[in-house]
Ligand binder design. Structure first.
Ligand code: NAD
Ligand code: MG
Length: 383
């Protein structure tokens, strides 16, 4: 029996993880569940899955849950509680499914404690990729990607990295794929969050619409698979059936396919190196529309270009890109800036932040905070 700590349990990845776990009650138990402040949803999850711990970052929300939580569920509060549970002696696997840089600290705790990290929180790698990979190597922690593209590549690479030529991440292109650039200035948060293939949280949905999601994924892939950006390509594939490809020198290309349902990647991260039922329907290729592939329009998807620029720049640039993106996406969701302002804010933040190397976790956190402040001040000037 493996004890699973699901950090970000009330979100899209968290709920899908609980769905897969519940299909295998003899293999996995939901040891801990967390949310930021949504105590009502967390309470429902407690009643259904009876974890040992329920964590709410927000103190007041935790007090509300303490009054209602089923007997036997201990309610913890504060950010430190996330780190404590990620490294808890009884935790076997950590599902890192908090959204944004807020997930970094607990991911590092799990890495230093030698846990299996099922990594959905790509922002952890974008912020502190080299440090995180080193921490995991040192402790023996396993990092199994949950992002569907990275899970696909990870699965393909089980055949080995020898003769590897390049990897190719597929991108749906998001809800505005067929919209002309000029119309993008008018799109609303609701339209941006209405992804054609995947049901996801708001932040990643906007990231998909700007294609910053793919940019963050290029950075994520470079750290996970130890590859330079020149060996990581992006290709638009609107049907989201081919989840990514690995090209070898002998002309062979391996890819992993499946319906767009995150439970496949989540299930693989749980059962690796084995496989198990995940609840995902079997793919019937005869019933799929034709599969299309084309190169991304880098002018339209400026955020993708900025991500490539940040990874080439190295040092603090990916962290600055991520921080500015989080602040800009939040402002867009609150109708404070337009969709096209997102990339402008990120570009300005990147240009105004001197490049430096970040060798420690506190320096990563400091760069994150300074970049957020800078992005926020640029947004207020934008008014
Ligand atoms: P979501 O918005 O649906 O859920 C986020 C979860 O994090 C919630 O449980 C929320 O309570 C918690 N949370 C939010 N802010 C927090 C904070 N400051 N401190 C602690 N907890 C906080 O997000 P999601 O779509 O499930 O995405 C989660 C992560 O997985 C993201 O990093 C995303 O990029 C990645 N991911 C998601 C998908 C997907 O299909 N949803 C696919 C690939 C990768
Ligand atoms: Mg992805």
């Amino acid at each position: 029996m493996k004890n699973i700590a699901i950090l970000g349990a009330t979100g899209s990845i968290g709920l899908n993880t609980l769905d897969v776990i519940a299909r295998h009650p003899d293999e996995y138990s939901a040891f801990a569940v967390s949310a930021h402040s949504n105590w009502k949803s967390l309470n429902e999850l407690c009643k259904k899955h009876m974890p040992k711990y329920a964590i709410l970052v927000d103190e007041e929300a935790a007090n509300n849950l303490r009054k209602l939580a089923p007997k036997g569920v201990e309610v913890l509060s504060g950010e430190n509680a996330l780190d404590d549970i990620a490294s808890h002696v009884q935790t076997d696997f950590v599902m890192a499914a908090i959204v944004g840089g807020a997930g970094m600290s607990s991911t590092f705790s799990a890495a230093m404690a030698g846990k299996r990290i099922m990594l959905a929180n790509k922002e952890s790698l974008v912020l502190g990729g080299a440090l995180l990979m080193n921490a995991a190597n040192k402790s023996g922690a396993e990092i199994i990607p949950v992002d569907s593209e990275h899970s696909a590549i990870f699965q393909c690479l089980q055949a080995g990295k020898e003769g590897l030529n390049k990897i190719q991440l597929t991108a749906s292109g998001g809800p505005f794929l067929n919209m002309p650039f000029v119309s993008l200035s008018k799109v609303t948060p609701e339209e941006a969050c209405n992804h054609p293939n995947w049901k996801m949280g708001q932040k990643i949905s906007v990231d998909s619409a700007t294609m910053m999601n793919k940019g963050l994924e290029v950075i994520e892939a470079s750290f996970l698979f130890n590859l330079p950006a020149t060996h990581i390509e992006v290709i638009v594939h609107p049907q989201s059936i081919v989840h990514s490809c690995v090209y070898y020198d002998d002309g062979s290309v391996l890819s992993q396919m499946g319906l767009p349902d995150m439970r496949s990647a989540i299930s693989y991260a749980l059962s690796f190196p084995g496989r198990q039922l995940s609840g995902v329907e079997v793919l019937d290729l005869t019933k799929q529309p034709p599969l299309e592939f084309f190169p991304p329009d880098m002018k339209k998807y400026k955020c993708l270009e900025l991500a490539y620029q940040a990874i080439k720049q190295g040092g603090n640039a990916p962290g600055t890109l991520n921080a500015a993106n989080e602040v800009a996406v939040d402002a867009f969701l609150k109708n404070k800036i337009s969709f096209l302002d997102i990339s402008k804010i990120i570009e300005k933040t990147l240009n105004e932040t001197p490049t430096q190397n970040l060798d420690t976790l506190p320096s990563v956190v400091e760069n994150d905070q300074l970049s957020r402040q800078l992005a926020l001040s640029l947004i207020s000037k934008n008014d």
